[in-house]
Design a protein around this ligand. Structure first.
Ligand SMILES: NC(=O)c1ccc[n+]([C@@H]2O[C@H](COP(=O)([O-])OP(=O)(O)OC[C@H]3O[C@@H](n4cnc5c(N)ncnc54)[C@H](OP(=O)(O)O)[C@@H]3O)[C@@H](O)[C@H]2O)c1
Length: 274
């Protein structure tokens, strides 16, 4: 899989991430354990590493912790989760719970979810980073309505990561946010690469153009993911799924040639016409 360097350290990350919102919020019945275990094993086997979760995603952190421990995968993963609460002590309690649910002594990336009480939570995350309990810090949002606030925090120059929405039909991030992240050497994780799944209703019944072969693309999921990871400021993209066949498809969105800027514009034109 293609990789990109995290600007603050140079550590390489594979460009496809696994999202766990809805997808991992499940009771671990025998059937779910087999299905999600297959997803995690396939993910690691493909060379991918980053899993994104949050205490907001119901049972997801617990499920990830249980399965990665059972399958012995912790060392192969880059675990990202979030803090989503107000107040210093509530933030500390939430991060302690995440550590315990994820069954780990160190979280690779802790993000302030949807900028909730960002200043307070970032202060604690910085303290935990200094103690070695967290390796990287970041913020997240999923909507361009928050971009003014995102921009203010980005300009402070203290973030390792920004997680933001960006997709072929939601391109506002490329106006100010992506260039600014690049200038400030902040890694960018793109969430909602399929617009939460809505983009599939737009493209599903349409034929894949012949020219998609020029960038090794054989499905709409790969088309939408390759469009994102080809942006020079993007570090990786997070498709959300709990289905092994969809994950296999998504992983191929991070393998082979990527579209150049001219082809990316052609891709936007095509999908805009559907
Ligand atoms: N504020 C935040 O921090 C924030 C906000 C939103 C999202 N996120 C993160 O970003 C991740 C992704 O966002 P999302 O899950 O909302 O939306 P998304 O990834 O844009 O779309 C998910 C949908 O795409 C479908 N899908 C995935 N791969 C597919 C494939 N190869 N073929 C066909 N359908 C496919 C999934 O269906 P199946 O389940 O059937 O595969 C699901 O319905 C989340 O899981 C979460 O980790 C963070």
């Amino acid at each position: 899989m293609l990789t990109r360097a995290i600007p603050s350290t140079g550590e390489k990350l594979p460009v496809i991430v696994l999202g766990t919102y809805h997808a991992f919020d499940l009771d671990l019945t025998l059937a779910h354990e087999k299905q999600l275990g297959d997803v995690l094993s396939l993910f690691v086997k493909s060379g991918a590493r980053l899993i994104d979760s949050s205490p907001m995603y119901g049972r997801a952190e617990q499920v990830i912790g249980t399965l990665t421990n059972k399958l012995g995968l912790r060392d192969k993963l880059f675990l990202a989760t979030k803090v989503w609460t107000r107040g210093k002590q509530a933030g500390i309690d939430s991060m302690e719970r995440s550590m315990s649910r994820l069954q780990t002594k160190q979280i690779d990336l802790m993000q302030v979810h949807n900028l909730v009480d960002a200043q307070t939570q970032l202060e604690t995350i910085r303290e935990w980073k200094a103690q070695g309990r967290i390796r990287y810090l970041g913020i997240t949002h999923y909507n361009s309505s928050a971009f003014d606030q995102v921009e203010k925090i980005l300009r402070l120059g203290t973030l390792d990561f920004l997680q933001i929405n960006y997709s072929i039909m939601e391109r506002e991030a490329e106006e100010r946010i992506l260039p600014l992240a690049r200038d400030h050497q902040v890694a960018v994780i793109v969430n909602r690469p399929f617009g939460g799944g809505d983009l599939f209703s737009r493209v599903r019944t349409k034929p894949m153009p012949d020219w998609a072969r020029e960038f090794d693309c054989t499905s709409w999921a790969q088309f939408l993911l390759k469009w994102i990871v080809a942006h020079p400021a993007v570090t990786c993209a997070i498709p959300g799924t709990n289905k092994p066949n969809h994950l296999e498809d998504d992983i191929r969105g991070g393998i082979g040639r990527l579209p150049d800027e001219t082809i990316r514009r052609k891709m936007v034109d095509l999908v805009s016409r559907f």
